[in-house]
Design a binder for this molecule. Structure first.
Ligand SMILES: Nc1nc2c(ncn2[C@@H]2O[C@H](COP(=O)(O)OP(=O)(O)OP(=O)(O)O)[C@@H](O)[C@H]2O)c(=O)[nH]1
Ligand SMILES: [Mg+2]
Length: 314
């Protein structure tokens, strides 16, 4: 239950906003006796204010209403567990949701993409640390040759966690770095190659083309079946992040999402929208800046933790 502990700990400390909106707000809606018409309105408002989005909030509320009706539920307490399993089911319906990366044919290639500052480099370092802890051999590629000091930042992570970083000088072709790194990963029988890329605005055509080129080179060398395109989303970005994700999804086939900075958001509902709109599995969530602050995302634990149902779970 490492994820749950971490989430609970974070909810208590850095996630005060989320606690108020979700664990606090929603859970308190479900306390007391029977529910009335006001209850549904309040729930919908609470969901909308938590970044779930208007359409999806409506959908969730009418789904819950229907379930309550068909099960003959009148007490809020009974409704609460229906709500939790509904949220958990919705998330789990996305193929691969919450499943950590599996290495079926090494080296597994993780291509880390996303907008500026979303958390790609940090998430690369955290992933490297996780794989190392499982006894896997990891190589990282500094394919952000665009931003000054980007390579140094990844190299620092490499030193910190003890992983080799393949790099070239600033301004060189990122696809060439990815190629070199793939060769190095193969030659050293690595299990995982993590390719960190430059942050790019989804509207910048040339940068998106560059990303395609990196992918093409990796696909040619490693084969598509070895590659996971990992979109790193900043949880704080809400609606904006989602729009960007959709654009990235049109450029490359997204295999997974890492939701970074979840400890920084006051609106935890973004998770539901990602699942509903993108249908791309969230594999991990970032809960801080340290090497260990990356947790596999467990939909059931998440739903229960947000509703503070942990005591009922025993
Ligand atoms: N609190 C918190 N901070 C995070 C998390 N992930 C990343 N950060 C911080 O967010 C900032 C940006 O992270 P980077 O990993 O550099 O982001 P990036 O996507 O590589 O940025 P560019 O390469 O400039 O596009 C850094 O200060 C990180 O420490 C997280 O899960 N929680
Ligand atoms: Mg970076």
């Amino acid at each position: 239950m490492a994820f749950f502990d971490k989430l609970k700990e974070s909810l208590g400390e850095s996630l005060r906003g989320v606690k108020e909106l979700w664990s606090g707000g929603i859970a308190s809606l479900f306390s007391g006796g029977s529910f009335d018409e006001c209850f549904w309105e309040n729930l919908e408002e609470m969901l909308i204010s938590g970044d779930v989005g208007v359409d999806l909030s409506e959908e969730i509320v009418s789904d819950l209403k229907a379930r309550a009706k068909s099960a003959g539920i009148t007490a809020k307490r009974d409704l609460k567990s229906v709500f939790v399993s509904m949220i958990s089911d919705r998330l789990s319906s996305v193929e691969g949701m919450g499943r950590p990366f599996e290495i079926t044919r090494p080296p597994l290639v993780l291509l880390m993409i996303g907008v500026n500052g979303s958390g790609k480099t940090t998430s690369s370092g955290k992933l490297a640390s996780r794989f190392l802890a499982q006894g896997k051999k990891v190589v990282m590629a500094a394919a952000d040759t665009f931003r000054a000091a980007a390579t140094e930042q990844l190299q620092l992570w490499g030193e910190r966690v003890g992983v080799r970083v393949v790099a070239q000088k600033q301004g060189s072709d990122p696809a060439a770095v990815a190629f070199d790194a793939w060769q190095a990963a193969k030659a050293s029988s690595a299990d995982v190659l993590i390719v960190d890329t430059a942050g790019r605005l989804h509207a910048k055509h040339n940068l998106m083309e560059e990303l395609r080129k990196i992918y093409r080179v990796l696909e040619r060398e490693a084969g598509a079946e070895r590659i996971q395109v990992v979109l790193v989303l900043d949880a704080v970005m809400g609606q904006n992040g989602l729009a960007q994700a959709e654009t990235f999804n049109g450029i490359l086939p997204l295999s997974a999402i890492i939701l970074a900075k979840y400890d920084n958001t006051a609106k935890g509902g973004i998770i539901l929208r990602i699942a509903s709109n993108l249908k791309v599995p969230i594999r991990y969530i970032g809960l801080g800046e340290g090497a260990l602050d990356l947790s596999p995302f467990d939909p059931a634990v998440f739903a229960a933790a947000l509703m503070e149902l942990e005591d009922d779970k025993e």
